[in-house]
Design a protein around this ligand. Structure first.
Ligand code: FES
Ligand SMILES: [Fe+2]
Length: 373
């Protein structure tokens, strides 16, 4: 490989696959089922869903008095917003005769009322009222439907998932840009990706793939820090824009397994808030919510700002082609140019029940100087 070779954008490996997908068809492809999708067994997928805070919906998708059926964590859920403005999430099936409360359920004060016989649930799954009963059965009073702790931040509703019902171990991190009037409303995009969440997260430390799948001009310099339940990285990369190549800095991280964020500086101030929520062990719903500083998005730099968003979404399309079909390699065959993939996997173990890491351990791994990677 000549030094020249590292400066030229590489051909994108999945370009042919994506070339003919445009407009509406591309948007449909992003969330559609994968034809002939292989089973988890055939793909050696046996990773459990990690625990943590996960996005349920955008805040504005759940108005006061609204009820919404959801499907995450391998289960049916129901979300509602009470008259007090607070969002709540419960398992969907009523403990009485099993109605799915996301279909026809109504908000009564702050409670969710089942459509079938009007049993009324609090956010912790306790029945507070049965309008036709003199006595509420003690088990119903104590709580008979699983409730999921909720939070609201960054214009999303979040729920804490833990398969053993352990209470939240950290908080959702607020990002000041999302409530700053100098920053734009969200531009929203979404995908269904058919692989474990861990596989998607691993992409951030898989430094070699950027050149081949995404066609970046060089192997970027990187620095990854893992501390407690947070991981963050800084990449200095040359980015292609309508004005040619620009040096930019991308810093990104994840709070727990479910709250990734990315900040772009250098071209145009952009914050990408990501919701990455497991639907099942081999299925993740991804939401990209972009906010940009109005002075960059609406001024003479507007085209660059739009192109940046389009480029990030295209990168997810490119990864999706691989992720939807990828086999889980428990013991991957790695080479010296690969990023800190096994260190990442060690770190990620803390999000599976029964494993834990010392929250004070901090590891920083870095590579500078580009070159062959
Ligand atoms: S099934 Fe819900 S109240 Fe009867
Ligand atoms: Fe990628």
């Amino acid at each position: 490989m000549s030094s020249n070779d590292t400066q030229r954008p590489a051909p994108v490996a999945t370009r042919e696959f994506l070339e003919n997908l445009k407009g509406e068809e591309l948007v449909r492809w992003r969330t559609a089922e994968v034809p002939n999708r292989r089973s988890m067994a055939e793909r050696s997928i046996d990773l459990p869903m990690p625990f943590g805070w996960f996005a349920m919906c955008y805040s504005d998708e759940l108005a006061v008095g609204q009820v919404k059926p959801l499907r995450y964590f391998g289960r049916d859920l129901v979300a509602w917003r009470g008259e007090d403005g607070q969002a709540r999430v419960l398992d969907a099936y009523c403990a009485h005769l099993g109605a799915h409360m996301g279909y026809g359920g109504r908000v009564n004060g702050n409670r969710l009322e089942c459509p079938f016989h009007s049993w009324r649930y609090d956010g912790d799954g306790k029945v507070g009222d049965i309008p036709y009963a003199k006595i509420i059965p003690p088990q119903a009073k104590r709580g008979c439907v699983k409730g999921w702790p909720t939070a609201e931040a960054n214009r999303f509703v979040w729920a804490w998932y833990h398969p053993e019902g352990i209470a939240p171990l950290w908080e959702v991190e607020p990002f000041p840009e999302t409530s700053d009037p100098e920053w734009t409303d969200y531009e929203r995009h979404e995908w269904n990706v058919y692989c474990p969440l861990q596989t998607i997260a691993e992409n951030g430390v898989d430094v070699a793939h950027f050149r081949y799948i995404h066609g970046t001009a060089s192997y970027p310099d990187w620095e990854v820090t893992m501390k407690g339940h947070c991981r963050s990285a800084q990449v200095n990369a040359k980015m292609d824009t309508p004005r040619g190549q620009v040096d930019g800095t991308i810093s990104y991280g994840v709070v727990g397994p479910g709250q990734p964020w990315t900040r772009f500086t250098g071209i145009c101030e952009t914050l990408l808030v990501t919701g990455a929520t497991p639907v099942d062990q081999d299925h993740v719903h991804i939401r990209f919510a972009f906010t940009q500083k109005k002075s960059s998005a609406e001024g003479s730099q507007g085209r660059v700002a739009k192109a940046l968003i389009a480029d990030i979404c295209r990168q997810l399309d490119q990864d999706k082609v691989v992720w939807d079909r990828q086999r889980h390699m428990e013991k991957p065959l790695l080479c010296d140019g690969d990023g800190p993939i096994m260190a990442f996997r060690d770190f990620y173990q803390q999000f599976y029940p029964g494993k834990s890491l010392n929250p004070d351990v901090e590891r920083t791994l870095a590579r500078k100087g580009g070159g062959r990677g």
